[in-house]
Ligand binder design. Structure first.
Ligand code: CA
Length: 225
């Protein structure tokens, strides 16, 4: 059982790690949203214990980023903010449970165990269209056993298209999602970009999956044989 503790108070982080390790968990500790994200990309965790007040970005930023990426790892917020509004906001941003500080360790342990139990049985998020598979957690794409090398931006575009498989993804959606900028100035860039992505996913053979919908955008789907 592997846990990630995101907590910037060193003493508390140490205390948590020691207690959890005594309870037979393996625990990694980090103190910021960015460091936590790097851990999440590199390893698989059974649950996260997440502080909200962190240096730099707030813990809720991590939570939203995880949920937007389809990462289902259960999260227990452990925060000094303990009002009902705080709890509701935390749960609404994608947390599975909320414990306010000060807390009793045995309660934290019981809640972490419950989360891990609930989290098991959830498969890692793998998107699939035809024989193309995208592992969102491991950031890997493959088709018929052939690994496809993608840049971070290409991965983001392919993920968006695959999450909306069968639906048209407009150029504006792509521009907003990936470049966060005005579509007019990007129009040409998007075409070039999509052509390159198409070569990567279709260049090794197999059916066409990424289709252009003239005047509208793009759609991922496997055409019936
Ligand atoms: Ca803190």
């Amino acid at each position: 059982m592997r846990l990630l503790i995101v907590e910037d108070e060193a003493n508390l982080a140490r205390h948590l790690r020691r207690g959890l390790e005594e309870a037979q968990f393996v625990a990694d500790v980090c103190g910021s949203v960015e460091a936590a994200w790097q851990h999440l990309l590199a390893s698989t965790y059974d649950a996260l214990v997440l502080d909200l007040g962190l240096p730099g970005e707030e813990g809720t930023v991590l939570l939203r980023r995880m949920r937007e990426s389809g990462l289902p790892t259960p999260v227990l917020i452990l925060s000094a903010r303990g009002t009902v509004d705080d709890r509701v906001a935390g749960l609404n941003s994608g947390a599975d449970d909320y414990l306010s500080k000060p807390f009793v360790f045995s309660e934290l342990l019981a809640r972490v165990r419950a989360l891990v139990r609930r989290g098991h049985g959830q498969a890692a998020p793998v998107l699939q269209v035809g024989d193309l598979r995208l592992d969102v957690l491991k950031r890997q794409a493959e088709r018929n056993g052939r690994a496809i090398e993608l840049t971070a931006r290409e991965f983001g575009v392919l993920e968006l298209l695959m999450r909306h498989a069968g639906e048209v993804v407009t150029r504006t959606m792509l521009a907003d999602h990936v470049w966060g900028d005005d579509y007019d100035t990007l129009s040409n860039l998007i075409d070039v970009f999509i052509n390159r992505l198409r070569k990567k996913i279709e260049g090794g053979g197999g059916a066409r999956l990424l289709h252009t919908v003239r005047g509208a955008g793009y759609v991922m789907r496997q055409e019936p044989h």
